[in-house]
Design a binder for this molecule. Sequence first.
Ligand code: NOJ
Ligand code: CA
Length: 545
Amino acid sequence: MKQEKDWYKELVIYQIYPRSFKDGNGDGIGDLKGMTEKLDYLKELGITAVWMSPVYASPNVDNGYDISDYRQIMEESGTMEDWERFRDKAHERGIAVIMDLVLNHSSDLHPWFQESKKSKDNPYSDYYIWRDPAPDGGAPNQWLSVFGGSAWEYVEERGQYYLHFFAKQQPDLNWDNDEAREKIFDIIRFWNDRGVDGYRVDAISYLDKGLDGRADMTEAFGTASCANLEGTHRYIREMAQKTIKPDNLMTVGEVIIRNTRDARDYTGRSREEFDMAIPFVPPVVEIRTWSPERFKKDLEETYECLKEDGWWARFLSNHDKPRQVSLYGDDRRYWKESAKMLGCYLHTLPGTPFVYQGEELGMTNLYLPSIEEYDDIDTKNYYYTMIREGASHEKALSESQIISRDNARTPMQWDGSANAGFSEARPWLPVNPNYTKINAERQMEEEDSVFRFYQKLIALRKENPVMVHGDFRLCCDREGPVIAYTRSLGRETWLAVHNFSGGKVRFDHEKLTGHGEVVISNYEEPETEQGSVTLRPYETLVVRV
Ligand code: NOJ
Ligand code: CA
């Protein structure tokens, strides 16, 4: 699709986790054929772009985030023809196609790595990060991988260690090698030529490892130590110059953001790196540290920092996080209220909203009864690390259940039939038993469902430029569960108020009247008076003021 300048600002991006979206050939695993079948559903929801998690050839140690051939589609996802069909049918419906680029590492089964590990002097020997053992024969430094254990793995054949910031089957590529970098850019060009509209770029903050002493070798996590070094920014700019800018493609980088400078460096327009950034926060940290207060602080900071010269990716969910209604809302007593409130919050913030499959239905976490039933490599590593460190089985399991990325990866709940209509075969990961109540078919029939609410929010965005381009101003106490702000564009001002709690709270604002025009809300009649409103549990309210 030919794109205008800044087209990414108006998008609503829907993330598909292909394995879990829809099975089109009855083997229990979601695929491109299934995704194509559901394009009309997405069209009806109103989204304007799909970002698909990786569908390239992969041994699936990390479900596609370990790629063994960047130019092939993995068997389970289908064929290149299936991908092209998806692309064409998406484009026919005005839906842009965004691919996931995993370029920090490849699979250990990628032919480059298979060659690289053979010797120190083969043509691919320098495509990955190899180092000699420490004097005692151990790993070159103390760095740990994100998934637990050392970030270094020894290979007998070479007599050296290679670096892997994620699983040991995900060796880090050496971006300092000019030839390797050019080959990586060729991969992007390959997909550009196939009509891709944009990219989500995976784990891209650590291209420059700083192993020459600029990174801290004694810090536990290499990913923390070498994040955002100058070389990384240089490589991202080179990539953008050579492969992204010529076609005006959209990009969103998954990056580490520690402060406003990092945010500006990755997404400041003049920097020419990414259009937007998805800050990576490990689920364990997010679960322990999130609060409405923190949201307010972050909102203000990120708005101020990028309002002149950048743009925001807004998301509450993805395939690496627990379900948003379980994490930030109440997935029991106020399930519907909180699912809608979170949706309204997401869509009324400045920036481009990302909807993760199933959040438009209010899908919830699913705690599996034993570690064997989990698929996620991160969950398993987390569990076994806890056990090694002396935790009881019960404690290790209950913590793993909460942080598990599988919470977001259970099959999409299409209808009330067997396997939630996801597949005729037994799905690769259990379906959440609440599918008989929470499913797409049912919600498309019900007038006041979460699905209908999302549909309305997305339609509002298309009709009201204030939602896309309006200024943002926080207008609530820094303490407490209410998050409220105005969005203004020209003579139009909207006030959005969200109660992030299961209690009743009063919110004062001079512009509130007993009869303001309600744009959207999740309760029948708002309890507004002159100058205030009493918010009910998880109430959300947007009024024109
Ligand atoms: C971030 C991805 O979102 C996650 O799913 C993956 O495990 C890591 N990067 C490694 O590629
Ligand atoms: Ca399948």
